[in-house]
Design a protein around this ligand. Structure first.
Ligand SMILES: Nc1ncnc2c1ncn2[C@@H]1O[C@H](COP(=O)(O)OP(=O)(O)OP(=O)(O)O)[C@@H](O)[C@H]1O
Ligand SMILES: [Mg+2]
Length: 562
């Protein structure tokens, strides 16, 4: 697994994540207050016990025994209530945040789409929506508030013990908090981090190998490679088990050292208390109150010591989510421009490169009129699909002009542009839904007759009617139940349904046999009076349809004889 370097420091990530909370911050504050007071209440139950003992030992205490018992019981009940409120606030935040964060990520994806998402791995986005956000939920609900609670409770106990009992005891307690909450986690975090990283790497690699094996099972069987593959799965499984054991071992060791240090500090406090009483620097009653308060106060710092293993993962997740939220879209939506009804297209001196280095298109000239069928030919990778994407403003042109009806594409409302121009791309995506609903995304209000006539034009109606459920047949996840040619023809039917004046077709017949190609070409020809078409294809038979043909070569586009 490639180690990803964080773009931001841990502190910056934490600060940015807290800022993301926005209006939810007050609930977080409520959770911290409830948690801190709740913990202090829990401690108070034993402290009131100690107060009772101190009173019995002759300490002058203003409260009666009845009050002491009453307050002790009251604190116990209050602890329950506050704990409930703390958990409620934390989980309220956690689930609310999951929704807010997902909304932010989807919002970011919407503005980045489609340009940036072409180059981003779809898998990493799915990982972000699922696991990264879950990790951040842990951060908000179970990381920030324990840290705040530990700081508040430790400060409160320090002051209480200092003022009521002895500043020496208070000082020992602070050293203890510092050791348990900061020093021990810092020492053990390095080892925990290393074994955590190795475990996750092993886990990811095992998963990837296993998934790959399942995906490729047909080829494994065909090549008689089953037993070899199984051996490798077993070997990786053993490795994963070894790393799991090591990680658990390290976690247990860290927890044990924390417990050991807590015990040592408890003993140290007790010895110091006895010494202070011995030298008459402290009454026995006050010593008991102080020592009992310190004994019960390590809970919140122990909770912090369990955090470092999570934090590295949290920072990585936070960094990825923040990167996505900070990413600038290549194109922004135009809302205050002009609306058009397609009449003509003029491209002058158009240049474009994806990365700023390799020039895909160079000073291109091209024009098209309403009712024309324009063909575009050229070798694979020469930039034909790129050109079509620029006509839809999926990417930002570097130089030159693309104008519809004499208006530059940068001044045309995005909605109006997509209303006038549509594209059937080289691969049509089908949703896991019925054929009808897959067609309807192009025009939700289409009548059944319109659906049927679009499918007839795209030469797919007969195929659909042969399916047991006709237009209601499910296409399966990723359109798995359909062949490449069938998918392509559904894409074409969508374009006919869409109602756009100008249709961009990227290899519309590449996966279709010659009979169906003939039918589609005939349909396109018939559409000519109503629609304008820009057609990319390798096939000469398809190009025969074009009124004029442009050829793309070495970034240059020239009109050639039809
Ligand atoms: N999103 C992208 N980011 C960076 N480079 C890209 C991207 N999409 C395409 N390219 C590159 O731009 C060049 C032109 O690609 P394009 O898809 O336009 O070619 P094409 O002419 O449509 O090819 P084909 O006939 O194989 O479909 C190729 O070298 C391709 O690798
Ligand atoms: Mg292409």
């Amino acid at each position: 697994m490639k180690k990803q370097k964080l773009r931001r420091s841990g502190a910056k990530i934490m600060a940015s994540l807290i800022l993301l909370l926005g209006s939810l911050a007050y609930i977080m504050v409520l959770a911290v207050i409830n948690g801190s007071i709740g913990f202090i209440c829990a401690m108070s139950v034993t402290i009131f016990g100690a107060v009772g003992v101190a009173k019995a030992l002759g300490e002058s205490i203003a409260l009666s025994y009845g009050w002491i018992i009453g307050l002790g019981v009251g604190c116990g009940v209050l602890r329950g209530l506050l704990r409930y409120l703390e958990q409620y606030s934390n989980h309220f935040i956690a689930f609310k945040l999951l929704a807010v964060l997902r909304d932010k990520i989807f919002g970011a994806l919407r503005t980045l789409c489609p340009a940036k998402l072409e180059s981003k791995q779809k898998g990493s986005i799915i990982a972000m929506i699922t696991s990264d956000i879950e990790t951040l939920e842990v951060f908000y609900a179970h990381t920030i508030s324990p840290i705040c609670i530990a700081v508040l409770v430790s400060t409160a106990v320090f002051l209480f013990v200092g003022f009521i009992s002895s500043w020496y005891l208070a000082l020992v307690a602070v050293v203890g908090y510092f050791m348990i909450g900061i020093i021990v986690p810092m020492i053990s975090s390095k080892r925990l981090k290393e074994s955590g990283v190795r475990y996750r790497a092993e886990f990811a690699s095992f998963n990837a190998y296993f998934l790959d094996s399942i995906k490729g099972i047909k080829d494994i069987v065909l090549n008689n490679a089953g037993s070899k593959r199984e051996q490798e799965v077993n070997r990786r499984s053993e490795l994963l088990l070894k790393e799991t054991k090591k990680m658990k071992h390290n976690t247990a060791r860290a927890a044990a050292s924390t417990e050991l240090i807590v015990s040592l500090f408890i003993i140290a406090t007790l010895i110091l208390g006895i010494v202070l009483v011995h030298f008459e620097m402290l009454s026995i009653g006050k010593m008991i109150i102080g020592v009992v308060a310190v004994f019960g106060s390590f809970g919140p710092v122990i909770a912090i010591s369990a955090l470092p293993g999570n934090l590295t993962q949290t920072f990585a997740s936070g960094d990825r989510v923040l990167n996505l939220l900070a990413e600038k879209p290549v194109v922004t939506e135009i809302k205050n421009g002009n609306n058009i009804t397609y009449e003509n297209l003029n491209v002058t001196d158009l240049s474009f490169s994806y990365d700023g280095n390799i020039q895909v298109l160079n000073d291109i000239q091209m024009h098209a009129q309403k009712g024309e069928i324009i063909g575009i030919v050229g070798k694979s990778g020469c930039g034909k699909s790129t050109f079509l994407k620029l006509l839809l403003r999926f990417w930002q042109k570097d130089k030159g002009e693309i104008s519809y009806n004499g208006i530059d594409i940068e001044n045309i409302n995005s909605f109006s542009l997509l209303d006038n121009v549509t594209m059937v791309s080289q691969s049509t995506y089908l949703f896991d839904d019925t054929i009808e609903n897959n067609l309807r995304i192009a025009n939700p209000n289409a009548t059944p007759e319109e659906l049927e006539s679009a499918c007839k034009l795209a030469s797919i109606h007969d195929f659909i009617m042969k399916l047991p459920d006709g237009y209601q047949s499910q296409v399966g996840a990723l359109g798995d139940n359909l062949s490449a040619g069938e998918k392509q023809r559904i894409g074409l039917a969508r374009a006919f349904l869409n109602g756009a004046e100008l249709i961009l077709l990227d290899e519309p017949t590449s996966n279709v046999d010659s009979i169906n190609e003939g039918i589609i070409l005939k349909a396109l020809k018939e559409q000519k009076s109503k629609k304008s078409i820009i057609l990319v294809s390798h096939r000469e038979s398809t190009m025969a349809l074009a009124d004029r043909i442009y050829k793309v070569e070495n970034g240059i586009m020239e009109e050639v004889k039809a």
